[in-house]
Design a protein around this ligand. Structure first.
Ligand SMILES: O=P(O)(O)OC[C@H]1O[C@](O)(COP(=O)(O)O)[C@@H](O)[C@@H]1O
Ligand SMILES: [Mg+2]
Ligand SMILES: [Mg+2]
Length: 351
């Protein structure tokens, strides 16, 4: 077993990077690791236990909840409650944020935003699903933490990560000092460092979006699709289309191979489908830390000021050259034309 570094060992080792660290964030990441293993256990034997199918309830997003959505939600809230390092959990599956009222948690300084089970539409057909999490330090020091402590810009995240329950189970996270990936070794029940210092390629030829929504796409996205589907060997086009329908699965693949994932505004989702706090912010932090880019087509995701708990956003995320090209098309062809300085600057970089 020499040479294996577990998630726990790595977290403690990296704690030294933060002079003020007292171990709370390390313990919080540990708690998320524990709940992920419990969810993984159920995912792995899903067909044998009563965890597939609908729960018969509808969440605040207006989506039918799957049994595994509900199970995962309960597991993460209970692990974070017994761990005692966070005072509020905001989750995609609960109408309002959950205040952790255990004696130890009351003064805890961390807020966790979580998508307990991502890719719910794939649960019943054994396709990769995931969990996405984001951690903030509360702004208020005294008294009970409030909604204002949850509605922080993505730039304020102290850590973010995802777990992918795929052919193997991996946990990938950042604390703002690069991105590292850990693979679960079931034989020892430990996440072990397998992908140190992950970097997304600057360019790529994989595009991921639900083309079934084409007619409702903004003009800029339609133009980008035309651009990637043209035959031009010099620019390695046409690109390849890959769409799993689990944000975690699509972004994990693109993180390793290079690529772009786009979920724009559509007729069904005029503000975009994906949730800013639970999906867009954590994925944007990870991808940026790996050298990529994430925007809503115009504005950097991490700079968006959240105003609602379940706020949605369009998202263009992945390899720098690909996202910048798509943003250029949005700037040129999409009516919103609220191009900000940053996009023009990026256009300048690509030339
Ligand atoms: O089916 P669509 O509209 O293409 O949406 C798929 C997207 O929706 C999601 O499933 C939304 O996440 P949840 O499963 O957590 O609700 C993403 O994982 C995925 O990328
Ligand atoms: Mg999701
Ligand atoms: Mg979900």
């Amino acid at each position: 077993m020499s040479g294996i570094k577990t998630l726990g060992q790595f977290i403690i080792e990296k704690q030294a990077d933060f002079s003020y660290a007292k171990g709370e964030l390390s313990r919080l990441l540990r708690d998320i690791g524990i709940a992920s293993k419990i969810v993984n256990r159920e995912v792995n034997k899903a067909g044998l236990v009563d965890i597939l199918g609908d729960a018969g309830t509808v969440n605040i997003q207006g989506e039918g909840q799957k049994k595994l959505d509900v199970f995962a939600n309960i597991q993460f809230i209970s692990a974070l409650t017994s761990g005692g390092e966070c005072c509020i959990v905001a989750t995609e599956e609960e109408d309002d944020f959950v205040r952790i009222d255990s004696p130890v948690s009351k003064n805890a300084k961390y807020i966790v935003c979580i998508d307990p089970l991502d890719g719910s539409s794939n649960i019943d057909c054994n396709v990769a699903v995931g969990t996405i999490f984001s951690i903030y330090r509360r702004k208020s020091v005294d008294g009970e933490a409030t909604l204002a402590d949850v509605l922080q810009k993505g730039t304020q995240q102290v850590a973010a990560g995802y777990v992918i329950y795929g052919s193997s189970t991996m946990l990938v996270y950042t604390t703002g000092k690069g991105v590292n990936g850990f693979t679960l070794d079931p034989s020892i029940g430990e996440f072990c460092l397998s992908h140190p210092n992950m970097r997304i390629p600057e360019g790529g030829n994989i595009y991921s979006l639900n083309e079934g929504n084409y007619v409702h796409f903004p003009e800029g996205v339609k133009k980008y699709l035309k651009y990637v589907q043209v035959h031009d060997e010099a620019t390695n086009r046409p690109y390849t289309s890959r769409y799993i329908g689990s944000m975690v699965g699509d972004i994990h693949r693109n993180l390793i191979k290079g690529g772009i994932y786009i979920y724009p505004t559509t007729a069904n989702s005029p503000k975009g489908k994906l949730r800013l706090l639970y999906e867009c912010n954590p994925m944007a932090f990870i991808v940026e830390q790996a050298g990529g880019v994430a925007s809503d087509g115009f504005n950097r995701i991490l700079d968006i000021e959240p105003t609602e708990l379940h706020q949605r956003s369009s998202i263009f995320i992945g390899s720098k050259e690909m996202v910048t090209m798509a943003e250029g098309m949005m700037a040129e062809f999409s009516a919103e034309k609220n191009v900000n300085a940053a996009v023009s600057e990026k256009l300048g970089e690509v030339g």
